[in-house]
Design a protein around this ligand. Sequence first.
Ligand code: JHZ
Ligand code: ZN
Length: 401
Amino acid sequence: MPAMSRCRVCQHALLEFFDFERQPLSSAFVAPDGTDDEFFFRLAVGMCESCALVQLIESVPPELAHHEGYPYHSAGSSVMTKHFEETARRFIETELTGPDPFVVEIGANDGVLLHTCGEAGIRHLAVEPSGAGTVRVHRAFFDAASAAAILATDGPADVVYSANTICSVPDLRPVFEGLDVLLASDGVFVFEDPYLGEILERTAFDQIYDEHVFFFTVRAVQALAERFGFVLADVERLPVHGGQIRYTVARAGRRTPTPAVAELLAEERELGLTDMATLEAFGRKIQGIRTELVALLHRLRAEGHTIAAYGATAKSSTIANYCGIGPDLVPYVCDTTPAKHGRLTPGSHIPVRPAAVFADPYPDYALLFAWNHAEEIMAKERAFREAGGRWILYVPHVHVV
Ligand code: JHZ
Ligand code: ZN
């Protein structure tokens, strides 16, 4: 019997509901001669029996996770750039209206949000261990010590923001301790991450990979905030990255929760979102999608069709490795990220080629690994369908368009 896994927040037992078995690090694109040194771990998910937080059973050592040269760039998507610009403008109109406001971002990636705030004359700072963007960076993990250092030089923060990062921090206690140090008395902590409700609704199981340690729900985030002396003040559903929630957290007693919090809580209860039966049914759907997708790819290849993949996403690591999709079925994947070119997808070893290769010549079918950017990519690649090409999607079910 393996040692019982415990909730990273409240230490109660985790009830496991799905096991993807041996999986690599989703962003560890490997050099063609480096496939002998890949790191693998058991990718499995469970729910805390007490606080209902859905999370990975095992996590990877943090030094392996967000390393120097991390290949993801949010600004590679025009939709995401617009999303962060609009978020910045919203903060400027609502939370950053005092005499000399200050905004901090944890894990700022390309720095679009802070850059937009900076252009409006707002003091800003990114906090991340390996930041290399264009904005001012405090190079550290966000915790009580780095928060105290920032407080000493810049004063309290009106907004601490984080996108696609909090769900990947295995130990959240230091984050909340840092917030307690740095947030102004009326300040807010706003973070956005994939929503378990959307993942279940669309059977988007490729959101499950090493970097996504937590799969938040309103119920679990409310409990999390209260545990550390904060209150969940607002929730807002976001269409980006396949469906997320933006959570607004304030110091206890400083904000009255908006009706949206109670509404989404009620919806989660009604859906039985954190019932084990629901999560186990999700597991059966995952197996069904694997069976259908693999059968479709084999059939198309047997019929003599060419297939390429589009978007060497972190998410596709789970799809490719769990479904056993390698270069024999899908000989290459096109992607705009220069750091991924000439490398192989982790574990599944599909060569990554520049996006320009896609049209040279077009494959008959394109497996859209970056399905969360479908609208943007299909618009950009309109000529592919016009030339007779077809997209293969596996979210919310396997289909060809
Ligand atoms: P995209 C990463 O996940 C990891 P990934 C991380 N854990 C996370 O949560 C999200 O980001 C936010 C390419 N592309 O956004 C670029 C094109 O080729 O789905 C990227 O490699 N052409 C932090 O990797 C990939 O697809 C295009 O037109 O799953 C998209 O990756 C566009 C728009 C993208 O995130
Ligand atoms: Zn728990």
